[in-house]
Ligand binder design. Structure first.
Ligand code: ZN
Length: 288
């Protein structure tokens, strides 16, 4: 199956009261693990690529070519969207050019009028090309490629301004944070989520920083209109832990344990297990 826009899968998720996971990719192992799990579980999936990860993989064109080829070689039949995560204005155009099927323009650090103007332009471009577009209002806390915030909450009026431009999905800060959550994190602000939902109507909402949010909060957020949840750090931690264990147990020193295909296998399996666990919580299994 060719790459698809995230529009249809998110509208179905919103109506069916479940969420589609966005899992960020870093390399071939990450991509393969996520695609195989989505196919096994018959779940739609969004592959997220940050600008940093795109650069690491030598460029968005390499990423798009790899993902498209892998979908073919692995006979993936579930809907897959290839999505730019937290795109800059220039990054959005680079990904559109490279053949991504979905784009996030993160104009949350611009004054609202500038965010509106740039988002509006990208809505028109993405509509023309049949791509889905995610916009963001209000900083989400934590660190994303070096940008740090504090679990801020979005202004529902500003959310309405951006949603009314015709974006496909909207990320609004509701106290969520990128990366690991601090021990004294007060939790998601469901008041903010409900206020945003009231202003934006049917718009599928996106929850960033999905790593470490308690399951009951995730489920409540989905019941209040969240249709896409971003997971990044959790796969990284699972990969790290499994790889560390392999080496600490000295398995790399036994036989051909140094073979990169063996060395990276436990980490790849850990990513699969994490993706499966998330898809179970999000309710997307069997929805493809
Ligand atoms: Zn994010």
């Amino acid at each position: 199956m060719a790459l698809v826009s995230a529009k249809e899968m998110l509208e179905k998720a919103r109506d069916g009261k479940y969420a589609v996971g966005q899992f960020n990719i870093n390399n071939l192992e990450w991509t393969k693990s996520i695609l195989q799990t989505a196919e096994e579980l018959k779940s739609p999936v969004i592959l997220g690529v940050s600008e940093g990860a795109g650069k690491y993989m030598t460029g968005f064109k390499t990423v798009a070519a790899m993902v498209k080829a892998m979908i073919g070689c692995l006979n993936i039949t579930v809907p897959v969207a290839l999505h730019l995560d937290h795109g800059t204005y220039d990054g959005c155009y680079k990904c559109i050019d490279a053949g991504f099927s979905s784009i996030m323009f993160d104009g949350s650090h611009f004054p609202i009028d500038e965010n509106v103007a740039k988002t509006k332009e990208l809505v028109s471009v993405c509509n023309h090309l049949g791509l889905s577009l995610e916009a963001e209002v209000g900083a989400i806390g934590g660190e994303e490629d070096g940008v740090i915030g504090r679990g801020e909450c979005a202004d529902p009026e500003e959310c309405k301004k951006i949603a009314d431009l015709g974006v496909t999905m909207l990320a609004a800060g509701i106290g969520n944070i990128h990366g690991k959550y601090p021990a004294d994190w007060p939790g998601l602000s469901f008041e903010t989520l409900a206020a945003v939902k009231e202003k934006v109507g049917n718009m599928p909402l996106v929850l960033h920083g999905g790593t470490g949010i308690p399951t009951d909060m995730i489920k409540k957020a989905i019941s209040l209109g969240v249709a896409k949840i971003n997971v990044n750090t959790e796969c990284q931690l699972a990969f790290q832990e499994a790889t560390r264990k392999y080496i600490e147990e000295g398995k790399d020193l036994v036989g051909k344990g140094f073979d990169p295909r063996k060395l990276l296998a436990p980490g790849a399996q850990a990513i699969k297990d994490t993706v499966k666990e998330k898809m179970e919580i999000f309710g997307s299994i069997g929805k493809a």
